[in-house]
Design a protein around this ligand. Sequence first.
Ligand SMILES: Cc1ncc(COP(=O)(O)O)c(C=O)c1O
Length: 512
Amino acid sequence: MGRAEEPTLFELSEPGRHSWQLRTTGVPAWSADELVPDAHRRREPVPLAEVSERDLVAHFTRLSHRQFSVDLGAYPLGSCTMKYNPKVCDTVASLPGLTDVHPAAPARMSQGWLSLLVELEEALCAVTGMAAATFQPAAGAAGELTGLLLMRAYHDARDDRRRRVIIPDSAHGTNPASVRIAGYEVTTVPSDGRGCVDMAALRSVLDRDVAGIMLTNPNTLGLFEDGIEEIAAAVHGVGGLLYYDGANLNAILGVVRPGDMGFDIVHLNLHKTFATPHGGGGPGAGPVAVAEHLVDFLPGPRPVRLVHGAQERAASNGTGATAYGWAMPPRSIGRVHSWHGNALVLARALAYIRVHGGDGLRRVSERAVLNANWLRVRLSSVYDVPFDRPCMHEVVLAAFTLRRRYGVRALDVAKRLLEEGFHAPTVYFPLVVDEALMVEPTETESLQTLEALADAFERIAAEASEPAGVEAAHAAPRTTPVGRVDEARAARMLVPTFDARAHVGMQGDREQ
Ligand SMILES: Cc1ncc(COP(=O)(O)O)c(C=O)c1O
């Protein structure tokens, strides 16, 4: 791959170099001078890197070659759902009719966007079995916090002060963090021998101090909580609410709905299930859908359909009335995001739903589950499978036998997979599994890709029985631009800033 370091654009900067671009803003050149008061105008040009177009393109192309991406190959990062997403969704999200509308535009000028949002809300409510949704939360964790604030608002409105939220020990780390931020205490319940919520343990912590339970179903072990109806009855029995962490919704689309399982609040990671790649720091969306008794508390303003049927349409004819508008729920918890959330992710999601049409979403989930189970069965003779029964969209393997016999750990297997041309699976999560390797092939990978991935897993395990194989596993990855890093040091000594001043003559700028 050549050099280990790629210089920053500031290091490549040479005075006077530039590239060309057509003016695209449509804002006349004179307006900045006219509109921005003198006191607020910059005196000096912005000190940016100066590079030629040729150097700029080469820089970003070199950077892109140093990455592993979903577009390059299988990315079986369990729990994160890094699936390939159809490009048509990007095309839709790039349409000028969507990108050129300012979020502050009045409703009468954003009827297209509003109709998109209303249609998406109806589609997500149909998938989840819920009554209404908000699109404001920007990610799954933001959805969790919003859901917990809704839970609190619901109990407060009944003058019912509760302090605890129950979470299974297999839950994603954001669940307890969100509970704490929402001002509740966490009560953890253990998993039973089958990897599901231990019912006896759950019953022992249930009382009228419990505001609710947060559950992921299928859970983070990739297993369906088959006692869900019993759990729902028990939690509702003490007046608590059920929160569904919908990060794994891609396993059950069109098959079973959280609303039918008894959940009151659901968050969805649109950036996992509905066509936006998850991760990389890009914008996501974590809509929260709720049952009827929580609709009044939703964040607002919400997009709403103003004209419902032919009769209403006839009544509004000629009055200039619009078909869609914004409405504030009467007991809203307020805003949880500026404007209306990460809108273009929402457009991608609706495109994905429309592209699949009919029972297409159900096929997405069936394929995701089939792929995970194919890998489980194929790899169960080589890797440990702590819960060896049919899984949902992801399978948790483990490397405790490899570690005991040869000193090769889950981390080593993951790093070796990078050399084999695959992204590493999630390792050491869920925390309840020793040496966990959590593999989520997703529905988008073909049988040939699954076979190649399984071959690579098997090769790594077979090599581990030889000293050279153990050495290779410990040294991996040897073929990537960055080799094995000291993970503790990388996490503790982050240097997320770069001082550009020396490179573009910015010294002293700060004093001006
Ligand atoms: C089960 C589960 N819950 C919640 C989250 C948090 O979602 P986000 O990363 O969008 O905040 C994730 C993320 O991977 C998850 O897997």
